[in-house]
Design a protein around this ligand. Structure first.
Ligand SMILES: NC(=O)c1ccc[n+]([C@@H]2O[C@H](COP(=O)([O-])OP(=O)(O)OC[C@H]3O[C@@H](n4cnc5c(N)ncnc54)[C@H](O)[C@@H]3O)[C@@H](O)[C@H]2O)c1
Length: 327
């Protein structure tokens, strides 16, 4: 049986491009919409590509009339915490206002299934670890607030219409597809693993450790890293569930293991054979000491099982990509 067409918005970005690849592998016809503001056309691994802004209703109307789209996966957003503090209006415009435009256009076109890239940043400073979906949401920066606002909008719109959605709250996405030549390319880069590996390729001189006096074993922050291909598999399960009439859902996506900044650097040193000089710097405002997901809900309800459960494999897959990028 033919699988229905999926629109991937933000499919020229890091996670979206991996999603396009895995949708195509799973047999879904895919259309990517991306304005290339932060993405890269050459990273889109296949399917149809439309360059355009999701905040433009005419573009959306054209896409929805041209293709028999049954579900939308929405990865397009601004996602740098520091930038969101400096430019909140730009974050509310792109992450919230543009998503409202998208939901209106979907409603007009009669498209009822929606998968949304949310984030651990919706929780803010955790009150308990690991963080379950029931943990209170109290974001500490505009980026997290924009994502939580969209979550609220989705609940309200779904209540009033046919919309069914899956909200996926990612912890730290990392790594690259094992077979394709796509990977993480943010400009500027703010994520730890690519920054560390860019020291190993000679693109940077050193890595900064923001704070080494946190209440953790080695004093540096602990984060939960999830391989990008495990993220895309979770999206495929969420998509199948929605297409089969499953109800709305909100799931954490992480490995439920925390690695410290120093552990990441040490692992990258072992994998790359590079000394990777590290410099201790001041703490950054609003960085929680520990963020670890409880992802048991999606495991229990959708049977999700991450394939990359150890950090060596995740960093090794990213290292293959970063060496290609640097050559
Ligand atoms: N990378 C992570 O660790 C992480 C963690 C939690 C949540 N997320 C969320 O996952 C999503 C994808 O993250 P990513 O790391 O792949 O980011 P990315 O910046 O690599 O990709 C985002 C893509 O969206 C596109 N885009 C942005 N605004 C657009 C617009 N108005 N119209 C059309 N296209 C637009 C960009 O050009 C880019 O290609 C984001 O929503 C992000 O907030 C990411």
């Amino acid at each position: 049986m033919h699988k229905p067409a999926v629109l991937v918005i933000g499919g020229a970005g890091y996670i979206g491009s991996h999603m396009v690849l895995d949708l195509l592998r799973a047999g879904y016809p895919v259309v990517t919409l991306d304005d290339l503001s932060r993405g890269h056309r050459e990273l889109v691994p296949g399917g149809d590509f439309i360059e355009g802004d999701l905040g433009n209703p005419a573009v959306l109307e054209q896409v929805f009339s041209q293709y028999p789209i049954k579900a939308v996966m929405h990865f397009a957003a601004h996602s740098q915490v520091g930038e969101s503090v400096q430019q909140p209006l730009e974050y509310y415009r792109n992450n919230v206002a543009n998503t409202i435009t998208l939901l209106q256009s979907m409603q007009q076109a009669g498209i009822a299934h929606f998968i949304f890239s949310s984030t651990a940043a919706v929780y803010g400073e955790p009150e308990s670890i690991p963080i379950t979906e029931a943990h209170p949401c109290s974001p500490t920066n505009p980026y997290g607030t924009t994502k939580l606002t969209v979550e609220h909008i989705l609940r309200d719109v779904s209540h009033a219409s046919e919309l069914s959605y899956s909200i996926l709250r990612y912890f730290n996405a990392a790594g690259a597809d094992a077979e394709a030549t796509i990977g993480e390319r943010h400009q500027p880069e703010t994520h730890l693993i690519p920054l560390v590996l860019q020291v190993a390729t000679g693109e940077r001189e050193s890595i900064s450790i923001f704070g080494d006096n946190y209440p953790t074993a080695d004093g540096t922050c602990l984060r939960d890293y999830i391989h990008v291909s495990d993220l895309t598999q979770a999206h495929l399960l969420a998509l199948e569930s929605l297409l089969n009439g499953g109800g709305n859902s909100t799931y954490n996506l992480g490995n439920s293991t925390g690695y410290s900044v120093r552990q990441i650097i040490d692992t990258a040193r072992q994998i790359t054979g590079h000394p990777i000089p590290a410099i201790t710097a001041e703490r950054r405002e609003g960085d929680p000491a520990i963020l670890i997901a409880d992802s048991s809900l999606i495991r229990a309800e959708l049977g999700w099982q991450p394939r990359y459960e150890n950090i060596e494999d995740i960093i090794r897959s990213a290292w293959v990509w970063h060496q290609q990028e640097a050559s």
